[in-house]
Design a protein around this ligand. Sequence first.
Ligand SMILES: [Zn+2]
Length: 257
Amino acid sequence: MDKKVILISIDGMRPDGVQKCGNPFVEELKKISSYTFNARTVEPSVTLPCHMSLFHSVTPSRHGILTNTYVPQVRPINGLFERVSQSGGTCAFFYGWEPLRDVARPGSLKWANYTNAYTEDSSDTVLTDACIDIIKRHKPDFVFLYMVETDEKGGHDNGWMTDAYLGYVSTALSNAKRVYDLFGDEYTIIITADHGGHDRSHGSLLDEDMTIPQFYIGKDFEKGKVLEGVSILDTTPTIAKVMGIIPEQDWEGKPII
Ligand SMILES: [Zn+2]
């Protein structure tokens, strides 16, 4: 592995939610990262299809997962977890929504932690604590931290862009800052959302649902650079390039570096 990477996905985090949540880390992020408030996710703008596209760099029409219910791929493509483990790297996965487990095939993870967002208060923070502990002790090559309270308790329970929603976005970004402060020197860190949201829902082709923020922090990424034309399909090819992993031929996105 050339470099180690931490990918942080904050579910349903809208770009204007990042800018309006009031967390001071946002201004720091704009200085330390190559970033965009205008990246595009895939249709349908729903959690499992979007994360499958994020990790497999193809649209849902190719990977075949069109709802939040996983079905095995008819023409299987190796995703990022598989390529990292096949290349001799180690992967860790921390998540607050159980169906997301299927984005990694069996055998590709060394560490995983599922913490249910509705049975554990502040699950995003609890998961971040667990993630930090594993990174400190084991230094996995690839770490995926997925926070869901923004979407479930913020957007769906209260509405996108409400004060409650913005509070969850701010908390998630504070968790991301803790990871950055501890491991920003050792790891490339990428922060993304899977989709946005409107009213108390998402899944449509509305810009509010389809537009996501992304921040790329590390030696390969120019600080303060505003990125244009980025797709969620580009995330995994970019991570593979940073880590020095040969990409899967079927991946359709392009590295942003
Ligand atoms: Zn989602």
